[in-house]
Write a protein that binds this ligand. Sequence first.
Ligand SMILES: [Zn+2]
Length: 234
Amino acid sequence: MAAADHAVLLPERDLYERLQLEIKPRARRVSLRVDVARGCIVLVRPTRCPEALIARFLADKRTWIQKQLVNMPERATLAHGTAVSILGEEHAIRGHDIAKRGVWREGATIFVSGAPEHLPRRLKDWLKVESRTVFTTWARDYAAQLNVRIARVAVRDTKSRWGSCTRDGRLSLSWRLIFAPREVAAYVVAHEVAHLKHMNHSPAFWRVVESLVGNMKAPRAWLRAHGGSLHRYL
Ligand SMILES: [Zn+2]
């Protein structure tokens, strides 16, 4: 263990206050998940599971839990006067008092009309539509390169994965990837489209992804390190 790990220790009480229990009858094992939206760590356990096993699991994961809590991204709101990064480009958010003009972009500024209290929801709805439009364009482009067919692209607010793909070409992506750098979002889209060639994570599959986006090390590392921060906007 690196010496730096000791610097992040939280008091015992804070640690356990920020653990939430979730019972999943079909879970095969005990696991942990970082929930940035709620600012906590979720312990997922099957219905029947010896308490001693859970205690041992928590003891083993203690340093990891500490680190996650200390490094938890600050929750943020999309509000007038704040900034948001969209596909790696900083945008200023401005409220606009002309009602019924909706949401629109001018250069690096996004205007949101209507009452300030509705701004976060309106902007989020707009970002969901925007993400679907952009990701659909990319997915169709990748599909054309691979000579495969996409049936539909949907965006969702998924917690445990960034994207998925069915055999018949239905792609599902997290709309929150729009807050990630462009090459990270593009990697996830390419990854899902590549599954239409290989429904597995074999070396052949990774070669297909690489043929679409080049080196994937950086985007994959970014997702591991910063993926949780995409959930910081409630
Ligand atoms: Zn995959």
